[in-house]
Design a protein around this ligand. Structure first.
Ligand code: UD1
Ligand code: BG6
Length: 753
């Protein structure tokens, strides 16, 4: 068998270390190398050994290429429509504000200095502004610089291309020099904004340095604009008058990049043009036609719509839909390997053919149609609330209703109460036949799966195991063909969960996604799944996605579990409970002031323990996570059954101890836990079902605080029980003076491992 090398020779040198180099060089050859070797007459045992060694190497390389960093990229291009510089700046800043949850330690933009052709103008063509800190620091510094340099904010551009970036630092500390756009040279011939990680940047940097380039930043990104300039200059040298197109430059750059990325390129050699490309990291294009005839909708259904030039239009590129929806709902989700070229009001898409072994080879033009965003602008505004987290906590009755809409059936011609999950109906038989269901997720998504585990076990009778995505990968834990692996992720982008998905998929498991983001990597790469439809969640601490995830998993349990006579009453009670859930959540939200008062009492505390068990072990973990994440207070969720095996040592009259003791099969055990804590003079806060105050906390226990919540079917109780803890975390954060929506050091979706 002949092994063809499927990538051009790596003329840009070697990777970081010997093993990485070997892996990178042979990435594309591994499978064919493997089958060639196995043709030799070697003992079967050695063949198996070799085969698993190669599979392992391949997996490691793929996992390496998944590492991405969290950032937001945005671009705005106006074509044939006059826009003042101040307007362009506002669009770019607003775009960044919408993406700020993705990273907020530094930011930058690039706009044009002059509307005249840079080739004939003596003015410096592209202006770059970069600033450490959040978006507002950038905005302030830009206007300061504008004032100092007398830059005309009223200057009009009929065509203009601006790019923007908000960063979460991984390579190099937050500082202007490490912020994006990164530049090819002091004249900013090529500028790039990047979300992702370039894994071979050191090798590329070494080669570029040998070719005379000097580097200003510690980022992996800086190699990209410099490589673009190198490619451009070489082409110019070799071809004289023949010009190389912007997309040819970018194709050549992409061929040499390893890792994951979403990139937007701007260059003064190609004024008013932008190029976007991606491999791994998310990116979408928004299209706003400003021509009346075109906006009546007819153009939208035309697959060639994107190739129509001439009409005035505005084009947007963004890491996610949040930054686009206020301008247009017509979008195109850019796919891996695609290079999108915006030029003269024309959108052309070229796609790298993916070779058998993952390499990038020939390019071919592709036709794509736009789709409509199912999202409203109100979803991404704070409305009357002060913070996104507050808004998202309070909108849970509505988000839960949306999650269940069309999926719960009761009454009508068919009297039965039942569940219909459109995304799973063709796979239910396979899931029912699985030997095991494995829930995989990180952070809040993991906790949601933990909350749903008991009901899934009960109704399906299938063993359910729990995996934190990073731990599964660290252990390379066993996943079998007979497993159903369920990936739970609000963003659908989390790097650990994505890598675990790749791992489970390679091991032959049926992969099911539970995500909030349509078109996300997890939604696309799973065999099937359910969108939780909770609406955009912007606060970094997940709240409404958590409750919607639990509800989807409870519906999953109902869908998988057989409708037998013995469990009919239980199923119907759960379905009735689901119908009633938004009302119950509305009721528990009335505890807002009570939780604020409690927060006032806890404001100066160092630590908070939260005890739960059974259905509410997850509530304890999630409540503690919320307090830790946003209020920056140490907090631990503890399985109450483990209390005697260590945590009891911490209990005294000072440490606030929160116990979840709502009515379910574990209630009497929780009563006993409360007694034991009280006996050690524990400073108790007890959450119980309405009417149970006296049973959990006798009147003579003066220091004990009780929070009564509405009671409902045990498996749905975690949805109600988490709300007071979310409110507590929120108020504690505000009272302690911390940033609620952008907690220190955290980002909403963690796309780096
Ligand atoms: C779908 C439509 C919804 C429409 C409804 C009624 C979408 C996104 N949803 O909802 O607008 O009102 O039909 O017919 O078009 N999937 C995965 N992995 C995931 C999540 C989903 O593979 O992580 C797949 C599902 O298997 C399914 C598709 O994505 O094929 C849509 O899933 P979902 O939105 O949950 O399906 P419906 O509820 O049927
Ligand atoms: C991050 C977020 O840590 O990722 C958490 O800050 C979130 O809120 C976790 O729970 C997992 O994210 P996702 O998108 O996979 O649910």
């Amino acid at each position: 068998m002949q092994c063809e090398k499927t990538i051009p020779p790596l003329s840009f040198g070697l990777s970081q270390n010997l093993l990485d180099h070997a892996l990178c060089q042979y990435f594309y050859k591994v499978p064919c190398l493997k089958s060639s070797l196995l043709q030799f007459q070697i003992p079967r045992k050695s063949q198996r050994l070799l085969s698993s060694l190669y599979d392992y190497l391949l997996r490691r390389i793929r996992i390496r290429s998944r590492r991405r960093k969290m950032c937001g990229i945005f671009a705005y291009l106006n074509y044939n429509v006059n826009r003042e510089r101040s307007y362009i700046l506002q669009v770019l800043f607003n775009g960044l504000r919408r993406l700020e949850y993705r990273g907020y330690d530094s930011a930058g933009i690039s706009i044009d200095h002059s509307s005249s052709d840079p080739k004939t103008s003596s003015l410096p063509p592209s202006l770059v502004f970069r600033q450490e800190g959040n978006i507002e620091s950038l905005v302030k510094s830009v206007y300061q610089e504008v004032a100092e340099t007398d830059l005309n904010l009223k200057q009009c551009f009929s065509h203009h291309a601006g790019i923007a970036h908000t960063r979460w630092a991984t390579h190099g500390e937050p500082a202007p020099r490490n912020s994006h756009p990164q530049s090819s040279d002091p004249g900013n011939e090529f500028l790039v904004v990047h979300n992702g990680v370039i894994t071979n940047y050191e090798a590329l940097k070494g080669t570029l340095v040998r070719h005379g380039f000097t580097f200003q930043s510690e980022t992996d990104t800086e190699v990209i604009p410099k490589l673009a300039k190198y490619v451009f200059d070489k082409a110019k040298e070799g071809e004289g008058d023949q010009t190389i197109t912007f997309s040819q430059v970018v194709h050549e750059v992409m061929r040499h990049l390893e890792g994951a990325y979403a990139l937007i390129f701007k260059s003064w050699h190609y004024p008013n043009e932008l190029i976007a490309c991606k491999r791994g990291s998310p990116l979408l294009l928004g299209v706003k036609e400003l021509n009346e005839n075109a906006s009546n909708g007819s153009a939208f259904h035309d697959d060639n719509f994107l190739s129509k030039s001439g009409h005035p239009k505005e084009l947007f590129l963004s890491s996610d839909a949040n930054a686009v929806v206020e301008h247009t709902k017509k979008v195109l989700v850019i796919e891996d390997g695609e290079v999108v070229h915006l030029k003269d009001g024309h959108v052309s898409i070229l796609k790298f053919d993916k070779e058998k072994h993952g390499g990038l080879s020939k390019v071919a033009a592709v036709q794509r149609a736009l789709s409509i965003l199912e999202m409203e602008v109100e979803q991404i505004n704070k409305g009357n609330f002060e913070h996104y987290m507050q808004k998202e906590i309070h909108e849970q009755p509505e988000s839960l209703t949306t999650t269940m809409r069309g999926r719960l059936l009761r009454g009508g011609s068919c009297k039965a109460k039942t569940v219909l999950l459109g995304g799973l109906k063709d796979h239910l038989k396979t899931i029912r036949r699985s030997r095991r269901i494995v829930f995989i997720g990180c952070g809040t998504s993991y906790n949601a799966a933990l909350a749903a585990r008991p009901i899934l076990e009960e109704l399906s009778g299938i063993p359910v195991t729990m995996e934190i995505a990073s731990d599964l990968l660290d252990r390379q834990g066993p996943i079998y063909r007979e497993d159903t692996a369920v990936f739970v992720s609000q963003s659908g982008e989390t790097a650990d969960t994505l890598s675990a998905l790749e791992y489970a998929s390679e091991n032959g498991a049926l992969c099911v996604g539970i995500t909030n983001t349509v078109g996300s990597a997890i939604a696309r790469n799973t065999h099937c799944g359910v969108h939780i439809n909770a609406g955009a969640e912007i606060g970094v601490a997940s709240t409404k996605a958590y409750t919607s995830q639990i509800v989807v998993m409870a519906m999953l349990a109902l869908a998988i579990g057989g409708d037998t006579i013995s469990n009919q009453a239980r199923r119907e009670a759960i379905i009735d409970g689901l119908f009633d859930l938004p009302n119950k959540v509305r009721e528990v939200l009335k505890l807002d002031q009570v939780m604020k008062d409690l927060a006032k009492q806890l404001i100066a505390e160092q630590s908070l323990l939260v005890f739960g068990r059974g259905y509410n072990y997850a509530s304890a973990l999630e409540g503690a996570l919320k307090v830790k994440e946003v209020a920056l207070m140490h907090s631990e969720g503890i399985l109450a059954g483990e209390m005697k095996h260590g945590p009891l040592a911490l209990v005294d009259e000072n440490l606030p101890t929160f116990v979840i003791a709502t009515r379910d099969a574990c209630f009497s055990k929780q009563q006993s836990v409360i007694q034991q804590l009280h006996a050690r003079k524990g400073r108790l806060i007890v959450m119980c079902s309405k009417g149970d105050a006296a049973s959990v906390c006798p009147a003579e226990w003066e220091s004990c605080r009780v929070i009564e919540v509405p009671q409902l079917e045990d498996c749905l109780q975690p949805v109600v029980n988490i709300v007071p803890l979310q409110l507590l975390a929120y108020h504690l954060t505000v009272l302690r003076g911390f940033n609620v929506d952008q907690p220190r050091n955290l980002a909403k979706s963690v796309t780096t491992q």
